[in-house]
Write a protein that binds this ligand. Structure first.
Ligand SMILES: [Zn+2]
Length: 392
């Protein structure tokens, strides 16, 4: 099966989309500073006769297409690069030192601009769209709490009946789209514990408060107790990334710091996670005479894909080809698309970008790259949701 409208548009225009992607790729901008990328998106959408609007903070764009009296569907892309120096050796390698599009947001933006052009031309040719559409190019996906909240504050989700997004996935081959109903990503919260004690000589730990012993209790105790207090089927995982204290072998230090993350794929578990972590750490440290501050930064909730929205994506992907849709597992990574799904039903799909040759370099790696055939698959998927014309 295929869609003649989408196929014809891609045959004539995919080269342009590749050019947009490469231009954005070469000039990546960090979160909340995507001013030039925003200007590029505005210029390219305007070329299609569309009327994009810049979001209040000057980064990010919304653009409505089609009649306002039909159910409105949101399609979301993100714009920011990462503070990672690029090492792909591509001719369009980042020209910005220390910054790269190593999460594929350049591809997401180019795909959504392609969908905008395709739909604009479809309308111009005298056709009607079955839905009203809102293109949303969001800033700052890579930082917490994330640009999605700014977009929502600016009214980007007002009046939407569904919202969809794609994210590049280097574990899937180009030509495939990974779909999953239910949880797709995980909530990711950050923990920092700053411990303090009087310090002392290691010959007399009973006369002071043993800060290193307290750190050890938290390091092993928190993940262990969480695994006995939270259903393991929720995909909850706590791990430390940093532990710093002390120097001399015979001195009990006065200060120490621990940093880690706690993740879960279950929305209900996430709601209660902060008080649970606080009480476990409190009880682990209580007998030891150590004082501490706990900084708990809540990240994003898990992306939980709504079943009928996944059915709409599946119907769109089935237009591309019989083998395009694949099942995809839940990942422990976080994604701020989740904020939209707090109020609007919808789904995110994983867009296969691996060329099938060589290593599958992961997201956020200096050598991350995509197979640009995925750009056409992405456009066909999102345009297919709209032109498919039925709310599941
Ligand atoms: Zn990303």
């Amino acid at each position: 099966m295929s869609s003649p409208v989408i196929d014809a548009w891609l045959a004539a225009n995919l080269g342009r989309v590749v050019g947009w992607r490469r231009a954005i790729h070469a000039e990546p901008e960090l979160s909340m500073a995507e001013f030039e990328t925003t200007a590029t998106v505005v210029r390219i959408l305007t070329e299609a006769g569309l009327a994009p609007k810049v979001l209040p903070k000057g980064t990010g764009v919304v653009c409505d297409i089609g009649p306002a009296d039909k159910p409105r569907i949101g399609l979301r892309a993100d714009l920011d690069g990462l503070p990672i120096p690029e090492q792909t050796g591509l001719p369009f390698t980042s020209r910005v030192e220390g910054v790269s599009h190593s999460c594929g947001h350049d591809a997401h933006a180019a795909i959504l601009m392609g969908v905008g052009h395709l739909l604009a031309e479809y309308l111009e040719a005298g056709n009607e769209l079955p839905f009203s559409v809102r293109l949303l190019f969001q800033a700052a996906e890579e930082v917490m709490p994330g640009g999605a909240l700014d977009a929502i504050d600016a009214g980007a989700t007002d009046g939407l009946s569904r919202i969809f997004a794609l994210h590049c996935d280097p574990h899937l081959a180009a030509g495939t789209v990974g779909l999953r109903a239910g949880p797709l990503t995980s909530a990711a919260d950050r923990i920092e514990v700053h411990l303090r004690g009087p310090g002392g000589h290691t010959s007399r730990p009973h006369l002071t408060a043993d800060l290193i012993y307290a750190m050890g209790s938290i390091i092993t105790g928190l993940p262990g107790i969480l695994s006995r207090r939270v259903d393991p089927r929720s995909g909850t995982i706590m791990a430390w990334g940093a532990a710093h204290s002390g120097d001399a072998p015979n001195a009990i230090p006065q200060e120490g710091r621990l940093r880690g993350t706690v993740r879960t794929g279950d929305r209900e578990v996430w709601k209660d996670l902060e008080p649970l972590v606080r009480s476990i750490i409190g009880e682990l440290v209580a007998p030891l005479g150590i004082t501490y501050d706990l900084t708990y930064v809540r990240g994003v909730p898990p992306v939980v894909n709504e079943e009928s929205s996944v059915a709409m994506l599946r119907a769109a992907v089935d237009l591309i080809g019989p083998t395009a849709a694949v099942d995809t597992p839940q990942s422990p990574g976080g994604e701020d698309f989740a904020w939209y799904l707090e109020t609007v039903p919808g789904a995110m799909a994983r867009l296969g970008v691996w060329s099938g040759v060589g290593p599958q370099c992961d997201l956020h790696q200096p050598n991350f790259d995509i197979d640009e055939r995925a750009l056409g698959i992405g456009i066909a998927t999102l345009a297919g949701v709209i032109l498919g014309g039925e709310l599941a």
